[in-house]
Design a protein around this ligand. Structure first.
Ligand code: NAD
Length: 268
């Protein structure tokens, strides 16, 4: 039986890439989408990607979309994602969340919704980045504190949150490799006469420009050598492929809870 997938924020960069990915998979059907602007309501999703009609339309009410879907994929903005998680909980629909920039309070709302519906959340859905997370944890555990950890990321000029959700996830992976809490070690800003680097600090550098899809480097800088682990996304399809794979996996999980890509890829 085919799995029906809804796409909230369907006209966004990721929304479009996800519709393309689903439209070429014979085991999946699109159940519809939502967007902010009313101009989209009633339009077929196929029109957004310049294809034939797909028989799935853009709805005004996200609740209607959740009710008719096995799983809904969400790459929107934090405020919308919180509302969607609440709807997922009340309709008991599986919800895949790619939106980044959620605050600690927002995460509490998501965790609460996950007590009533299966929710899968990932700061980055690409296979390569999920492997990079595991490698970062292992390398941080293997090297001593004299190897300074710095995380550098670059994204397109329109990205609104910084550092990226992926950079933060890499910071968490590095900290957990050292049995540390990221928030106690993170250095997000450096400017002016700030003195020498503190031992054990995990530094972040954020670059923005052009149409860079996502570039992350974790640097372990020692006294006599340095090691760099780098991932570059060359297409948004890397994320949408992973998100659709996650949605397929989550649609089979009937148990409420919060899941991650390491569950999907069996990397835990
Ligand atoms: P985008 O701005 O191109 O798309 C977001 C879309 O959501 C827009 O079309 C917007 O109109 C729509 N939207 C906003 N509020 C809505 C609402 N209430 N209902 C329905 N639609 C709504 O942004 P993007 O580049 O597609 O990224 C979206 C989010 O996904 C960002 O937080 C980004 O950081 C994140 N992202 C995550 C990954 C990952 O792998 N986890 C990868 C890429 C992007």
């Amino acid at each position: 039986m085919s799995i029906s997938i809804g796409v909230v924020g369907c006209a966004g960069r990721m929304g479009l890439s996800i519709i393309r990915e689903i439209s070429v998979n014979n085991n999946l059907v699109l159940s519809g989408g939502t967007e902010v602007s009313d101009e989209f309501v009633g339009k077929d999703l196929g029109l957004l990607i310049g294809k034939k009609l797909l028989g799935a339309e853009i709805l005004r009410d996200p609740r209607q979309l959740f009710e008719r879907s096995d799983v809904v994929i969400d790459f929107t903005v934090p405020a919308a994602t919180l509302r969607h998680a609440d709807i997922a909980a009340s309709t008991q629909t599986a919800h895949v969340i790619g939106t980044t920039g959620l605050s600690k309070d927002d995460q509490t709302v998501i965790r609460d919704a996950a007590t009533r519906a299966p929710i899968l959340q990932a700061a980055n859905f690409s296979l390569g980045v999920n492997l990079l997370l595991g490698l970062t944890r292992k390398v941080a555990a293997a090297l001593d504190i004299n190897y300074d950890i710095e995380i550098m990321e670059m994204h397109h000029r329109d990205k609104v949150d910084a550092p990226s959700g992926t950079a933060l996830a890499l910071g968490n992976a590095a900290a957990s490799g050292r049995d540390e809490i990221l928030e106690k070690r993170a250095q997000y800003l450096r400017y002016g006469i700030i003195g020498p680097r503190k031992e054990g600090e995990i530094g972040f550098a954020t670059l923005r420009g052009g149409n860079v899809i996502g570039d992350h480097t974790v640097i372990f800088a020692g006294d006599h050598e340095s090691l760099e682990l780098r991932h570059k996304a060359s297409s948004r399809d890397a994320f949408s492929e992973g998100a659709v794979r996650a949605a397929t996996w989550l649609s089979q999980i009937k148990v409420p809870g919060i899941y991650s890509m390491s569950d999907v890829l069996d990397l835990a």
